[in-house]
Design a protein around this ligand. Sequence first.
Ligand code: AMP
Length: 252
Amino acid sequence: MNIVTEVNDWISMRKKMANQTIGFIPTMGNLHAGHMSLCERSKYENDVTIVSIFVNPTQFNNQHDLMHYPRTLENDIEQLTKAKVDYLFAPHAESMYQDHYEIQVMETELSKVLEGEHRPGHFNGMLTIVLKLLNLVRANKAYFGEKDYQQLLLVKKMVASLFLSTEIIACETIRNENGLALSSRNSRLDKEQLDTAEHFSALLRSHLNDENVIAELIKLGFKVDYIVQKWQRRLGAVVLGDVRLIDNVNYN
Ligand code: AMP
């Protein structure tokens, strides 16, 4: 696997990939089977698969969360190599934000609710970095998880609105055997919290109404940011200890 950490090196490398179809998976690292399922799909559908790892500081509204975000580059490289990913682009923050974040992408409707309401500025940071990455990679297809459903909708909206040429592919959420959505933040939960966290997706799927789901979650020790039905899904965000978890399930 080729590993590139400088934006200028990346631009030179990218020029050599003409005439090949390119699949791209943007991530923040600490890779797990959820990320790897996106890589597998890209490997299947494209000539070249490119993964980026960048813990994007501008999308963290909480400095504690940014500081404690798990960084496991060596292990990530091992998994990507094993999966035969072709390129890893892992740039430094300074090179991605040479403008000191003075240019930003802002969406004014969808980005204001749910995650946007609870994490002010999060989606501006996310859309800005995704636009930079899509422009640098110029992939045919980019793969995003339904796990971050609102993010997926916003990326699709940005791509349509700005006439970007990358197709956005939605990939289903990968879960552990007890239904817990795989997430890099799960690694910050202890054994007992992990057991408790498994109730989250089960309650989202249950036939209890939203108020009763919230009541059950609170009884289990969660702090609840929201449980909402929207886009034919039931979406939720909860906090356990100091770890914030989001999930959503098909729900009609
Ligand atoms: P992250 O590293 O958390 O920013 O995630 C990178 C990409 O992987 C995003 O498109 C996520 O939606 C996706 N992803 C994260 N967790 C999962 C999962 N459990 N199943 C499928 N996709 C996921």
